[in-house]
Ligand binder design. Structure first.
Ligand code: FES
Length: 159
């Protein structure tokens, strides 16, 4: 797992962002794109840069589900909770994934090997029921295929 960025690195990344110019979200996106998550240290560095409080920055981070406050897992399955996927058996897929991974939705294994997150429809419903594996669509899932996928992710994430 990559080391947490230093305060110096974080300050360099957010230098130039200004609160009065609506830069809170762009700065958070830049931090997450660079490091994969927004650490407490990053929130503090950004608050200092913007001249606001870490609590306000944390409020924004916690409001938007796409922001992470912990390093991302090595492998990740995102389950689509949209209507087309659920009409085509998405709930059974979720149950199979949760059972096989041993993780709740939005859970992550303690060793950081794999994670399981709730996702929203992104308009690729012709692939329903689907998940995203490390950002790539895996569609037309059956329960058996979901179990196989979860096992693969656990094995890959552990190596
Ligand atoms: S409902 Fe799952 S991709 Fe649209």
């Amino acid at each position: 797992m990559a080391a947490e960025p230093t305060t110096r690195e974080l300050r360099a990344l957010v230098a130039g962002y200004e609160f009065d110019r609506g830069h809170l979200l762009p700065a958070l996106i830049a931090i997450q794109e660079r490091y994969g998550y927004v650490s407490r240290r990053a929130m503090e560095a950004l608050a200092r840069q913007l001249g606001t409080t870490p609590a306000l920055v944390y409020g924004a981070v916690s409001f938007y589900a796409d922001f992470r406050t912990e390093p991302p897992p090595r492998r990740e399955i995102v389950w689509c909770s949209g209507p087309a996927c659920r009409l085509r058996g998405g709930d059974r897929i979720r149950e199979a994934l949760q059972h096989t991974l041993g993780l709740p939705l939005d859970g992550q294994s303690a060793d950081g090997a794999c994670g399981f997150r709730l996702g929203q429809c992104n308009g690729t419903c012709s692939e329903a029921p689907q998940v995203w594996l490390d950002g790539e669509v895996v569609g037309g899932l059956t329960v058996a295929a979901a179990v196989a996928l979860a096992r693969e992710v656990m094995e890959d994430g552990a190596s």
